[in-house]
Design a binder for this molecule. Structure first.
Ligand SMILES: Nc1ncnc2c1ncn2[C@@H]1O[C@H](COP(=O)(O)OP(=O)(O)OP(=O)(O)O)[C@@H](O)[C@H]1O
Ligand SMILES: [Mg+2]
Length: 530
């Protein structure tokens, strides 16, 4: 402080007060995908459908998800989402829907659609904020009664406030609505929200269509506000491999995470802590890490200073550790990708490529690409991009996404596809999927995947491999068309050449000569033989 200036005494803490969950949500709801009524309805459906699909796959259930939308007034909709997943027990229901940051996936390192334990409670919070209405939940586990809950979030305490808690008969009228599938186990939720139901790229309909393409083993039904029903049928009875939970790799964890792990560990020594809590650390590598960090292997983990933990992490970078296992991932696979594209787009040609798993910064990931061309796909000038992270469609922030950058890096002209501004043109859908236990999104909204070099390169390689196959098909198609043209021309000449040759040679039957020419054309210019 410069001489002569005296600081005003400040009453400590006078401007400080706690911020309630409600206040935080009101100011930051855009971060969670609730910036306007058009986007919010997609976010609500997305959070519920993601959860339904996660819960089905967790228990190897072929998913059945129904999304029912009704307009209930000016810019307000009632949304119901029903699934046939395993259901929730009575104790868990109110917490899942009435408490932000409560979930089963946050503490697991496992590929799943959800992660943070905030998705569906944020949707409930949005409902409460915009219509004042609580969320209604019906949930039934196999052989158990069906529980009905009406829950609000106590926004001061971030705790559920139970308005109704009763057992209902799912077969009776107490469980309202559409009974076109048997509710033996599953969850159904109802939310009243401020919403704008629209069609087009950014719409519930498009979100579900994209979901159906990447999850063709799910049956999804949408009932629009006008009563129109759209079914996205199941075309495969096979679920992708179940993702496996893995432990973190020392090269892929942050300091704060390790400090928390140290607080929670039962391991008595640093060596056993490293071996028990991390993947790919055996006794020898644990000793090597400690030696490199100059820390005694036998010390208790909770005696480590923050700086020492940092030293251990730096040492782990230098010690040669095996990459994390990659069989924990659950890509859709080429077969399912093809099935999904075919059933929803009805193209003339499809191809798919699933790359081998790779690792970035200690995190396993896998990239896959599908291309669909022609048929019912209209040529809208530019190509259409379907972006997915852990089988969840990403509809926003396309230009910030690594997928788009990868598409732009490919020279599509090599594959007989014209380009404009570095992007492919034509009746083309490009679907790109990244499966990972930790998808590096650009922001908490989980809308675009960060442009990491290794990920972009993997995507580019997959696009090139698929592009080559499409290019071959298009080349062959072009040659066929040329051949077809020639054949048509020669066939029409044959009609005139028969009589002309017979007249010139003054012998022969014009019809026979014409037939012979036709046969020659059939033999030598058959496009099917190309
Ligand atoms: N339909 C459902 N069936 C079974 N369990 C569910 C269902 N919906 C939610 N859950 C459970 O409730 C938890 C909280 O869901 P929520 O969407 O809030 O968080 P999340 O899915 O874990 O992560 P994210 O915030 O990324 O969505 C989930 O982890 C899951 O265990
Ligand atoms: Mg979720």
């Amino acid at each position: 402080m410069p001489d002569g200036m005296e600081q005003e005494p400040v009453e400590e803490g006078s401007d400080h007060r706690e911020i309630s969950v409600a206040e935080f949500f009101e100011k930051n709801k855009h971060l969670l995908g609730f910036e306007n009524p058009q986007k919010s309805i997609i976010t609500v459906v997305k959070e519920a459908v993601d959860n339904s699909l996660d819960a089905c796959e967790e228990d190897s259930i072929l998913p059945e998800v129904h999304v029912l939308v009704d307009e209930i007034g000016n810019d307000k909709c009632k949304i119901e989402i029903r699934d046939n997943a395993i259901g929730l027990d009575r104790e868990t229901i109110p917490k899942v829907f009435g408490k932000l940051l409560y979930g089963s996936k946050f503490h697991k390192l496992q590929q799943s659609r959800g992660q943070q334990g905030i998705g569906i409670s944020a949707a409930a919070m949005y409902a409460q904020l915009t219509t004042g209405e609580p969320v209604t939940v019906y949930s039934k586990q196999e052989g158990e009664p069906c529980h009905k809950f009406i829950v609000k979030i106590d926004t001061e305490k971030n705790e559920p406030e139970i308005i109704e808690d009763e057992i209902v008969d799912p077969e009776s009228d107490q469980f309202p609505g559409d009974k076109d599938y048997y509710f033996d186990h599953g969850t159904s939720i109802e939310l009243d929200i401020e919403a704008k139901y629209t069609r087009g790229h950014h719409s519930v309909r498009n979100y579900l269509k994209h979901t159906a393409i990447m999850n063709p083993y799910a049956r999804v039904v949408l009932r629009e506000p006008n009563g129109n029903k759209i079914e996205y049928p199941r075309v495969s009875k096979e679920l992708p491999p179940k993702p496996k939970e893995i432990k973190p790799h020392p090269n892929g964890v942050e300091l704060g995470v390790v400090l928390r792990m140290i607080d929670n560990t039962d391991s008595r020594t640093i060596s056993s802590f490293l071996q028990n809590e991390f993947t790919r650390v055996g006794r020898t590598s644990a000793e090597e890490i400690c030696e490199e960090a100059d820390i005694d292997t036998g010390r208790r983990p909770n005696t480590l200073e923050k700086e020492e933990v940092e030293q251990l992490l730096n040492a782990a970078e230098k010690v040669k550790l095996q990459s994390p296992p990659t069989d924990c991932l659950s890509p859709a696979g080429e077969d399912l990708m093809l099935k999904g594209l075919k059933k929803e787009l009805n193209p003339e040609y499809t191809t798919a490529v699933t790359r081998k798993p790779s690792v970035y910064s200690g995190n396993p990931y896998q990239v896959e690409v599908g291309l669909a061309w022609g048929g019912d796909i209209e040529d809208e000038g530019s190509y259409n991009e379907l972006r997915y992270a852990n089988k969840v469609p990403l509809l926003y922030k396309k230009s910030a996404c690594v997928t788009t950058k990868a598409v732009e890096e490919v020279d599509w002209s090599r594959y007989n596809i014209s380009q404009s501004g570095g992007r492919p043109k034509g009746p083309l859908y490009i679907s790109i999927h990244i499966a990972s236990v930790w998808v590096p999104f650009t922001s908490e909204g989980k809308e675009a995947v960060a442009n990491y070099d290794p990920i972009r390169k993997e995507m580019k390689l997959a696009l090139q491999e698929a592009g080559r196959k499409l290019g071959k098909y298009l080349k062959r198609k072009e040659r066929k068309e040329i051949q077809e043209k020639k054949k048509r021309k020669l066939t029409s000449y044959a009609k005139e050449m028969g009589p002309a040759i017979a007249q010139l040679a003054e012998e022969g039957d014009p019809e026979e000569i014409e037939n012979q020419i036709q046969q020659m054309v059939e033999r030598d210019y058959n496009p099917e033989q190309l």
